[in-house]
Design a protein around this ligand. Structure first.
Ligand code: PNW
Length: 483
């Protein structure tokens, strides 16, 4: 260990690094060239759902700036780029008997070609939350397990067969967010929850659990299909991307806090990770949720188990966890515990950012990588998102807008923490995609919260300007990667 630690920190020559985005957050062109609406179009156009009532109608206008954006990525030295496909751009009504939109396919083919011409490897996400509105209207989307998995499998087939040059597929982005934020808290589309002042329909005690189950089956079907019909020919790989924050006990001397910290990881991550690697939900969830948590039938379990060629990891922050002594509420999604940025001794987990849920703690990244490595038997990892907002960045003016000190520090320390997990603890990390390439539509937070290494000037035709962090990410990788 001592010898390992004293070795110069490095990353291998073929380490892939670059940037990530998602369709609804950057594309704009919401009703151009035959695109159908998604639940995010509907939700963002509903008064009161997003900051200042903002929508993704124009966003970064990336749909019209493909060449410019690829050239910018290239100038940053990126070796990989993760983007997502807008399902309703490719199949406007979403379903397996609905027509395909050739203009939608052409846009993504063109993007992929441009990236490859510039030696940038595409990482393509099939579903980053923007469910076709027609499927929500038809059968409530992922609340209908049978229909949803078949329509998703068909959509996956359309993408695999029309985009054969892609070698890195991600089925779902953060199913935790789709499930909990969409169907439990209702903060994200489609905004369902039990609170009738927020949503006319919904059941926060059950619907997110049903949505999650459907998402897992949909993921598994897409992977089975890819492996059976496309993988060999394309020489590609496929996996799911899961989000997860690190946890520390509020009082490390209290076994109940230690247990709660572990339980929080299981509720947030293993809810999806355990089915994919072990074919079942974690015992801690079964214990708290009883029969509200769906059971995998033997066929479903066999379908889902082993469906990851790699683990896609999205990671941002850490929390102190305190157990609670009262029984769990029916709508609890955490594991019956409290999250805090302070521990018993009064230590703070990290500095404030613009996102209420995010405080930098790079050690948490290293520790979570090791936790996942151990729990899931040493899988291949790609870090598919990591990054930060900066407090009050939207209030900056002039050249100060491009001077994102906290983000520079964040990337330097997080990338170093990742390299240490790899080198000192044997975590098999093959790539890293920073979130995000551009400031973009940050969901319910509209355009107030910025995550980009590129400044997007929404007042001036979405003009892009590199921030300092774009060069810090490049320099950090260039100094770590072996020559
Ligand atoms: C991720 N939370 O989402 C998403 O994949 C991105 O689309 C998003 O822009 C990025 O992180 C930054 O927010 C999250 O509330 C959204 O804990 C919210 C949470 C976590 C992740």
């Amino acid at each position: 260990m001592a010898e390992e630690a004293s070795k110069k920190l490095s990353l291998p020559k073929d380490f892939l690094w670059g940037y990530a985005t998602a369709s609804y957050q950057i594309e704009g062109a919401a009703d151009e060239d035959g695109r159908g609406p998604s639940i995010w179009d509907t939700f963002s156009h509903t008064p009161g759902k997003t900051a200042d009532g903002k929508t993704g109608d124009v966003a970064c206008d990336a749909y019209h700036r493909l060449e410019e954006d690829v050239a910018l990525l290239k100038s940053y030295g990126a070796k990989a780029y993760r983007f997502s496909i807008s399902w309703s751009r490719v199949i406007p009504l979403g379903g397996r008997t609905d027509p395909i939109n050739p203009a939608g396919i052409a846009y993504y083919r063109n993007l992929i070609d441009k990236l490859l011409e510039n030696d940038i490897q595409p990482f393509v996400t099939l579903f980053h939350w923007d469910l076709p509105q027609a499927l929500h209207d038809r059968y409530l989307g992922m609340l209908n397990k049978e229909e949803f998995q078949l329509d998703f499998e068909n959509y996956a087939r359309v993408c695999f067969s029309h985009l054969p040059k892609v070698k890195n597929w991600i089925t779902l982005n953060e199913p935790w967010c789709s499930s909990v934020l969409g169907y439990n808290t209702g903060l994200f589309a489609p905004g369902r929850c039990s609170d009738r002042t927020k949503s006319a329909e919904g059941d926060s005690s059950r619907e997110h659990l049903i949505a999650a189950h459907s998402l897992l089956l949909a993921h598994a079907r897409a992977v089975r299909l890819y492996r059976a019909e496309f993988k060999e020919k394309a020489g590609g790989q496929i996996g799911i991307t899961l989000n997860g924050d690190w946890t520390e006990p509020w009082d490390p001397e209290d076994p109940l806090d230690v247990e709660a910290a572990e339980r929080k990881l299981e509720f947030a991550i293993s809810w999806f990770g355990d089915p994919v690697y072990f074919g079942k939900y974690p015992d801690s969830m079964r214990k708290q949720l009883g029969d509200r948590l769906p059971e995998f039938t033997p066929e479903e379990s066999a379908l889902v188990i082993g469906t990851n060629d790699f683990y896609g990891m999205n990671h941002y922050t850490a929390n102190y966890i305190k157990h609670v002594d009262t029984p769990a509420a029916d709508d609890d999604n955490l594991g019956n515990l409290e999250c805090s940025f302070y521990n018993k001794a009064g230590d703070c987990i990290g500095p404030e950012t613009q996102s209420v849920w995010l405080r930098p703690n790079p050690e948490g990244f290293r520790k979570l990588l090791i936790w996942l490595h151990k729990r899931y038997g040493g899988p291949i990892f790609y870090v598919t998102e990591n990054g930060t907002s900066v407090k009050d960045e939207h209030l900056k003016t002039g050249d100060d807008r491009f001077n994102d000190e906290l983000r520079c520090e964040y990337f330097k320390t997080y990338i170093t923490a990742m390299a240490r997990a790899r080198q000192e603890s044997g975590v098999d990390i093959r790539g890293y995609l920073a979130w995000s390439f551009l400031d973009n539509f940050e969901w319910a937070e509209g355009y107030v919260t910025r995550f980009g290494v590129t400044y997007t000037d929404y007042e001036n035709g979405q003009k892009r300007t590199p921030k300092r962090s774009a060069f810090v990410v490049r320099d950090t990788f260039q100094s770590l990667i072996e020559k």
